[in-house]
Design a protein around this ligand. Structure first.
Ligand code: DNO
Length: 350
């Protein structure tokens, strides 16, 4: 396993110096943030990230994300041009040493929560999604904005996108994904990069928009489009795990054995009866997921990809990007390091 940490570049209040002090920290997960979806990243910007990481003994070898333009997902407009740009971005990051590219295929919105600072009884805050709050949200009229979302859409553009996705439907989105993968994967194979699709978060349709990277059947379908280790998963335990129909240790076991997990996002969530969920501390006892079983599923199946502690709570008075403070993610990394060491040693002793 290669331990990694997400870093948002020059504007990230969490410094590489601090990240490098976390035991066993190896890789930096980052991206070029000043180019719009569909554009080509400058080689200078990529080289800058690499050089900054190297100053602190860290390796920039994972990208999260190269965003997929809506025209690609909708199979319209400048789709082919944006796919060519995407290929060029892959060539450029590969030249700088990147081995894994995380991306998603969610229409319009990336991850969705109804509150970003829900206080727990211990005073920490975290991201939550409450179904009764969700029912009251109307993204077309509420002027909503969450850190995972592209805030650049005007209201009319958003309405048009909703209409277009309504017409496209799930099968249309599958066709777009198939076209994208068949174009992209031969390039990534040639460059030694593994594409790692991030599951939809939450893994079911929201606001009437189709979502397809949601469950075992659909993950199987996605992986079968191009049967290659270059077409792999970011297995995000918290995203898939906020739907009770997903058995996370089972999915990890299956896809690790197939060598189709390039990247693990590891965090815990507490699922509620009505489908609501709260992000919690990483420890198994803090939520619904058994992090030990997940780690064991990885180790037993020879997983050697990237792992990052995913969203942390805000603790110890820290302020910053919701989910992406230093302290709780560092605790998460330390906990995951401990789980891996214990499981690996126990396996060696068998
Ligand atoms: C949330 C992240 C996602 C992820 C994208 C990948 O914190 O895991 O925003 O980066 O879905 O494209």
């Amino acid at each position: 396993m290669k331990m990694s940490f997400r870093w948002y570049g020059a504007d990230d209040p969490v410094s590489l110096a601090y990240i490098s002090q976390i035991p066993n920290m190896r890789s930096i997960v980052s991206a070029v943030y000043d180019v719009k979806p569909g554009g080509v990243w400058s080689e200078a910007s990529i080289a800058w990230i690499k050089a900054e990481c190297e100053k602190y003994g860290l390796i920039f070898d994972v990208v999260e994300s190269i965003p997929v333009h809506e025209d690609i997902k909708l199979g319209r407009g400048r789709c082919e041009e944006y796919i060519e740009n995407y290929k060029e971005n892959i060539r450029r990051v590969a030249k700088a040493g990147v081995k894994c590219v995380c991306y998603n295929f969610m229409p319009v919105f990336d991850w969705t929560r109804t509150q970003l600072d829900k206080a727990a009884p211990d005073g920490s805050t975290s991201l939550v999604m409450y179904m009764d709050q969700l029912r009251g949200l109307d993204p077309l009229n509420d002027g909503l904005s969450l850190p995972g979302w592209d805030a650049s859409y005007e209201k009319e553009e958003m309405k048009e996108l909703f209409r277009a996705y309504g017409q496209l439907g799930e099968e249309g989105l599958w066709r777009s994904l198939e076209h994208f993968l068949k174009e992209i994967i031969p390039v990534t194979e040639a460059c030694g990069v593994r594409m790692a699709i991030h599951p939809d978060d939450p893994p079911y349709p929201i606001f009437g928009l189709p979502r397809i990277i949601t469950c075992e059947k659909n993950l199987d379908r996605m992986l079968a489009i191009v049967d290659s280790p270059a077409n792999s998963l970011t297995l995000c335990t918290g995203s898939l795990g906020c739907a009770a129909f997903n058995d996370i240790p089972g999915l990890v076991r299956k896809y690790a054995a197939m060598d189709r997990i390039a990247f693990m996002h590891m965090r815990n969530v507490q699922l509620m009866e009505d489908g609501s969920f709260e992000e919690r501390g990483h420890l198994s006892a803090c939520g619904s997921l058994d992090m030990y079983e997940i780690t064991k599923a990885l180790v037993d199946n020879g997983f050697d990809g990237y792992v990052r502690p995913d969203h942390g709570r805000m603790i110890w008075g820290e302020t910053g990007k919701p989910g992406y403070g230093l302290y709780d993610r560092a605790l998460g990394a330390a906990y995951l390091n401990g789980l891996f060491e214990a499981v690996e040693k126990a396996k060696g002793a068998n």
